[in-house]
Design a protein around this ligand. Sequence first.
Ligand code: NAD
Length: 418
Amino acid sequence: MSTFFEQTQTLVKRAADVLGLSAEMLTRLNTPDRVLEFELSVRMDDGTEKKFPAWRVQHNNALGPYKGGIRFHQDSNLDEVKALASLMTWKTSLMGIPYGGAKGAVVVDPRSLSARELEELSRSYVRAVAQYIGPDKDVPAPDVGTNAQIMEWMVDEYEKIVGKPSPAAFTGKPIEKGGSHGREEATGFGGYVIIKEYMARKTFADTGENITAAIQGFGNVGQNIASFLYRHGLKIIAVSDSKGGLCEPEGINIPRLLEIKEKTGIIDRNKCYALSAHQMLCRDCSNASLLVIKTDILIPAALENQITEINAPDVKAKVILEMANGPVTPEAEGLLLGKGVEIIPDILANGGGVVGSYFEWMQSRANDYWPKDRVLQAIEEKMKVAFRDVANTKGTHGVSWREAAYIRALGRVVQAMK
Ligand code: NAD
């Protein structure tokens, strides 16, 4: 199987071929501008010193400052960071915002650290990259394993280094520290806007039932999209996280599940009776079975490479909304498209997060606070324009949603580079 970065390069090459780009331009588009690689040292609570491999990859800044999250995960590696940085370039371009693409990561399971160790690790990451980041250079944000608290530590460390307030150097901050209302739900909300736009063009009427969705990953993105879809009247028939999952053919009561997860930290099957009137049907659901459940919409919202050539033949969804980055491998995509499954690609589906970050950055630069409604409305407008652009490009070139999204995204970046 090709690596995640190789998969991303293949997607870029396909779009470059359609656009008739030169081999030289393709090489530039597929090569990061800068790869920073370092080891972070943290004094642990037991007095020992521990080293953590870390990276920041700045992929392309033709359209504006580099932009992208920092991931804290035990399985992170450079290939993944390069792929994710490249995806950010295409996503920001597709969303029509003035940013390039970047990504960072630290190899660590953040749950294994104390709060003090986590703070020390976050601050030492900033010390390592400080000269390469800033509001006009590279603006990091949270990703898997990082959150608003970590951004607060990071921006504080950055401000100490530069000797002045600089809230626009990071996004995803707590509201009271220059964060934005609506940023927390921005990615889930954006995905909800995209699937609504998609559903408005398609008919699911042949099922004769309510529209169903299954969601893998119940963190920031999974929980928020579940809430918006639930409020919109969709039936969420399965959810899962790294510890397990829950299937309920009659639909899960999402607000209730969120309360239970808040209290217990897990998606608790034993509390299932509280989630549905159809308690007898409520059952454990592994991640493997969730991905092949019979549903209208399948929403991978955890990590990459979840749908591969192994499980793709068994996928029964009509449409896959990629809320995670890179959850469907190219081999799987070939099989799925052959079966008539449509795939709304990550750079379109989860672009709401970076759009929300962009509005936070604007507010931080202007020392302003927008109300949540204004932020969500602004995100909705950007998402709708991006969806229409991709749908039109798809129609013009007769290609898949993913190819159309890349053609659109590359076009803007190449124009700026020229
Ligand atoms: P998160 O850390 O808040 O949540 C991740 C969730 O995935 C958790 O519920 C975790 O338990 C679950 N998970 C981990 N491994 C799993 C596995 N093998 N099977 C099932 N579930 C598993 O992260 P998040 O911010 O929700 O991000 C999720 C995905 O969305 C990532 O791919 C991320 O890059 C992407 N994304 C996030 C944002 C954002 O704004 N947070 C924006 C764009 C894209």
